[in-house]
Ligand binder design. Structure first.
Ligand SMILES: [Cu+2]
Length: 393
């Protein structure tokens, strides 16, 4: 009786410890218990399989632990139970003890769980059947580029949460760290084949409500698909530790009815055409400076810092930098190797400095170069026109 009491006490301690842990973690985090509402077939399948598996494993848990606990109490030493005297795996009964549970688990794994999982995995990988459109997603430190090959649309999407909110100098907004300047827009009810790649390190494009989480790997093209069933705004994040600002490259998707999507495509095309036309005109220095400040704050400030002071050792200062204050172009107007313009256009291999020639327009490049040469105490006084950038490409 004494032993039983001790045993029960131990079990009690174990479970009350476990309960205390669960309660304290609940008190710390306010999250809901369940997964977010699925809005794609993949997300729905995944959730259904998860729930189905939870039932199977709960039944297994209760049965196995039930037998174990019953056996321990029933056959304990204090009620005079004698241990069996046999040694070694002899006799049919012992073979049965091993083989019957083995067969049961095999059935559960391959039939009860295997078949639904197999169907879901095949469905997830089927990116091509009846795809209505393609979206190309490129991960880069620390933003996403979205491209609609069918409509010729391509743009960058960067986090729009202010640095002041991150530094606790300002109250945090509702969608803190989960908001961007240019969200992805996709039509509802269409199968979208998503191609993923990266320009630098591995990133992961993840939207929980889509049930989609796929690595974007440099040098590889990977794919997944979504068919969003309800209009809405869906938010996610990069889910692969990809460097300093890994936590600051959210994914935001606006799912809209098809007519609205087509209107957005037209509007975006006009916008991009207007930006391209801007590269033909001659800009004043003030206009370049104003546009450049905007580009700098979005694209450059995360590494080189808002005041151009840099962040040692990885991110050099632009204030007083030899490269930034060096010559703009050669006497013939050609690109100088390792010059300021060369760095911004082509990046620097082996460092976090990426090539911006493909991600920024002629106007944005000219503006940000002009801005950097005439800010943070740099007083070069010169400027570069978008048309010059165009001719350097
Ligand atoms: Cu990332």
């Amino acid at each position: 009786m004494k032993n039983l009491r001790r045993f029960c006490l131990r079990v009690g301690f174990f479970f009350s410890g476990l309960l205390a842990m669960v309660m304290s973690s609940l008190a710390r985090a306010d999250y809901s218990w369940n997964f977010p509402t699925p809005v794609t077939p993949i997300a729905r399948d995944t959730l259904e399989i998860h729930n189905h598996f939870m039932i199977v494993i709960t039944v297994l848990f209760v049965v196995v632990f039930g037998i174990m606990i019953y056996s321990m109490i029933k056959h304990r030493k204090s009620v005079g139970h004698q241990p069996a005297k046999f040694t070694g795996p002899t006799g049919t009964v012992q073979w049965l003890w091993a083989l019957v549970p083995f067969a049961i688990l095999l059935f559960i794994d391959y039939v009860l769980m295997g078949i639904p999982a197999y169907h879901a995995v095949i469905d997830m990988e089927d990116t091509r059947t009846k795809a209505d459109m393609v979206l190309k997603v490129t991960g880069m430190q620390w933003k996403w580029q979205y491209e609609y090959p069918d409509s010729g649309i391509k743009y960058l999407s960067t986090m729009s949460t202010s640095r002041d909110q991150i530094a606790n100098k300002e109250a945090k907004g509702e969608h803190y760290l989960l908001e961007v300047d240019n969200p992805v827009v996709l039509p509802v009810g269409k199968k979208v084949r998503i191609l993923l790649t990266s320009t630098d390190v591995i990133h992961t494009w993840w939207v929980p409500q889509f049930g989609v989480k796929r690595d974007a790997i440099p040098g590889f093209l990977r794919e997944t698909w979504v068919k969003i069933e309800q209009p809405g705004t869906y938010r996610g994040q990069c889910a692969e530790l990809c460097g300093k600002d890994h936590g600051f490259m959210p994914v935001v998707v606006h799912a809209v009815p098809e007519s609205e999507y087509l209107a957005w495509v037209d509007q975006k095309k006009t916008q991009l055409a207007a930006a391209a036309a801007g590269s033909g005109k001659t800009w004043s220095k003030d206009d370049l400076m104003a546009a450049g400040k905007d580009v700098y704050e979005k694209q450059c400030a995360v590494c080189h810092q808002p005041e151009g002071q840099g962040l040692a050792p990885a991110f050099p200062a632009l204030a007083g930098s030899k490269i930034v204050t060096g010559p703009l172009l050669s006497a013939e107007g050609k690109l100088l190797k390792d010059s300021h313009v060369d760095r911004v256009l082509n990046g620097k291999e082996g460092t976090a400095m990426q090539a911006f020639r493909e991600t920024l327009t002629d106007t944005e490049l000219a503006a940000v170069i002009t801005y950097e040469r005439n800010s943070f105490g740099n007083k070069k006084g010169d400027l570069i026109q978008p048309a010059q950038i165009k001719s350097l490409r």
